[in-house]
Design a protein around this ligand. Structure first.
Ligand code: ADP
Ligand code: ASP
Ligand code: MG
Length: 412
C-alpha cells in the first residue's frame, strides 16, 4: 500500500482539492491511503475559537467565519444540493453545541475536541470530491484507529492497539483519513501536536507495512534551507533517515520530527515532493551509505533562552540537572540546545504550551535565573568550519556551540 499525505497548503482552496485528483492521476490511485490535514490555516483559526471561548469572548462569530470559508470552498467543488453541505453544517453545529455543553476547565481537552474538527471537515470534502471524480475511496475516522493516552494536545500513541486496529483495513481499498488526530481510551479526541499530520502518515505506513510514503508540499522537496528564509538553497535529492531526523529535530519544519522513526524502523521509502509539480523527483529519504555533505541551514524562531546558575557559586551538579529536567518534563518544554559550565546551565527552549513563566517561578525558588524571550536558534548542518565567520555578521550572538559538523548559535 502507498501512503500519501496532503498538508494544509495543498488543500487550502477548491483549486487545491482539484489538484489532489491531478496528483493522484499522475501517481496512480490503487491501494492508496490518503492522510489529509485541515484546509489552509484552519487549525490556527480554530485555536482562536478555543482562546475566545476561555476568555469568554465572542467565539461564535469566529466559528461562523470558518464555516463560511469551508462552504465557499465546497461551492467551488460541488453542485448546490450536494450532501456535503449538510455534513459541513453538522460539524459546525457540533462544535457550537460542544462548547455550550462542556463544563470542562481543561484547556487542552477542549482544544483537542474543537481543533480536530478542521481535519474532520477537510477529509469529508476531499473524500466526497474524489468519489465524485472517479477516485472511489472510503472515508475513515482516524480516531477509530489511532489510539493514544490522554495527553491532550500531545498524544502518545499506543502502538499495540493502533497496530491491531489498522491491520483490519483492507489493503485493496483506497482510504481518505485525517492527519493529526487519534483518541484515548474514553474515545475523546486527542491531537498529536501541531503539524502532526506527517506523523499520522508514518503511523499508518508503519502499521500497514507500506511500500512507500509521500508527503506533498508547496516546495520541490527537502532543500538546504527553508526557501522562505534563505536565498540560494538547493534541493537535496537523496538524504538518509538519520540526516532527515536531525534536520527535522533542529527545526526544518518541512518534515514533522516524529515522522522519521516509524519509517526508518521498517525501511519504508519516504518521499517529499511538490504537489505543484508531482512528476518531479523531489527528495527521497532512505538508507544511505553516503554521508550528507551539503551545508544546510535551519532557523528556529520564537525560542526562549534560560540561564540557570546556583545562588551560592557551587557547581551545577547532577542533582541540580535532575531538578531542572523534572520541571521541563512537567511543563512539556522542549530543550533545543543545552550548554553547561561549572556554575551555570544555559538552555534554549521551545515552549509550545506557554509554560516558561511557570517553569521560571519554580526554578527561582532554588536557582538564579536569567530569561531572554523571542530568540532564534540558527543551525548549520555539515558546516564548513573554516568559513563560519560569515554567520556572525550583523547578529547579536547570545550562545554558540559546535558539535562535529553542526554549528549552532542563539541570536536575538
Ligand atoms: P504542510 O503543512 O502543507 O504539509 P508545511 O508548511 O508544514 O506543509 O511544510 C512546507 C514548508 O516547509 C515550506 O513551505 C517551507 O517554507 C518550509 N521548510 C522549512 N524548512 C525547509 C527545507 N529545508 N526545505 C523545504 N522547505 C522547508
Ligand atoms: N492541521 C494541523 C496543524 O496545522 C496538523 C497538520 O497540518 O499537520 O498543526
Ligand atoms: Mg503544516
Amino acid at each position: 500500500m502507498k501512503i500519501f499525505k496532503f498538508g494544509g497548503a495543498s488543500v487550502k482552496d477548491a483549486e487545491g482539492v482539484k489538484n489532489v485528483s491531478m496528483v493522484l492521476q499522475s501517481q496512480g490511485f490503487e491501494k492508496c491511503l490518503l492522510v489529509v490535514s485541515a484546509m489552509g490555516k484552519t487549525t490556527n483559526e480554530l485555536e482562536k475559537v478555543v482562546e475566545f471561548y476561555f476568555k469568554k469572548e465572542d467565539y461564535q462569530t469566529e466559528i461562523e467565519k470558518i464555516k463560511q470559508k469551508h462552504i465557499a470552498i465546497a461551492e467551488g467543488l460541488f453542485s448546490p444540493n450536494h450532501v456535503v453541505f449538510g455534513e459541513i453544517n453538522l460539524f459546525f453545529d457540533d462544535i457550537v453545541s460542544f462548547l455550550r455543553r462542556t463544563k470542562s476547565p481543561n484547556y487542552n481537552f477542549v482544544y483537542d475536541q474543537v481543533v480536530s474538527c478542521g481535519e474532520m471537515i477537510s477529509t469529508k470534502i476531499v473524500s466526497e470530491y474524489l468519489n465524485d471524480n472517479q477516485f472511489t475511496n472510503q472515508w475513515l475516522d482516524a480516531r477509530d484507529y489511532i489510539k493514544t493516552d490522554d495527553s491532550y494536545r500531545d498524544g502518545v500513541v499506543n502502538w499495540d492497539k493502533t497496530k491491531e486496529n489498522i491491520e483490519t483495513l483492507n489493503p485493496f481499498t483506497c482510504y481518505v483519513t485525517q492527519g493529526f488526530i487519534g483518541s484515548d481510551d474514553n474515545n475523546f479526541t486527542v491531537t498529536l501536536g501541531r503539524e502532526g499530520s506527517d506523523y499520522t502518515g508514518a503511523i499508518f505506513a508503519y502499521c500497514l507495512n507500506a511500500d512507500a510514503m509521500t508527503i506533498w508540499k508547496d516546495v520541490p522537496g527537502v532543500m538546504t534551507g527553508d526557501p522562505r528564509k534563505f536565498h540560494d538553497v538547493t534541493l537535496l535529492s537523496h538524504i538518509s533517515y538519520e540526516e532527515a531526523i536531525e534536520m527535522a529535530y533542529y527545526g526544518a519544519s518541512v518534515i514533522h520530527p516524529k515522522t522519521l522513526q516509524p519509517l526508518q524502523k521498517k525501511s519504508i521509502p519516504f518521499y517529499v515532493k511538490s504537489f505543484l509539480d508531482p512528476t518531479r523527483e523531489g527528495t527521497k529519504v532512505g538508507h544511505s551509505d553516503k554521508n550528507q555533505s551539503e551545508e544546510s541551514y535551519i532557523l528556529k524562531e520564537n525560542q526562549t533562552l534560560l540561564k540557570i546558575s546556583t545562588r551560592d557559586f557551587s557547581f551545577i551538579a547532577e542533582d541540580h540537572m535532575s531538578v531542572v529536567f523534572g520541571y521541563l518534563s512537567k511543563y512539556k518544554i522542549k530543550v533545543s540546545l543545552m550548554q553547561n559550565s561549572a556554575i551555570s546551565l544555559a538552555l534554549c527552549l521551545e515552549d509550545n504550551f506557554c509554560n516558561v513563566e511557570l517553569l521560571n517561578e519554580e526554578l527561582q525558588k532554588v536557582f538564579k535565573t536569567d530569561i531572554v524571550k523571542n530568540v532564534s536558534l540558527f543551525t548549520v548542518r555539515n558546516a564548513n568550519l573554516e568559513n563560519i565567520d560569515k554567520f556572525y555578521q550583523g547578529k547579536n550572538v547570545l550562545l554558540e556551540q559546535i558539535a562535529k559538523q553542526t554549528f549552532q548559535m542563539v541570536t536575538q
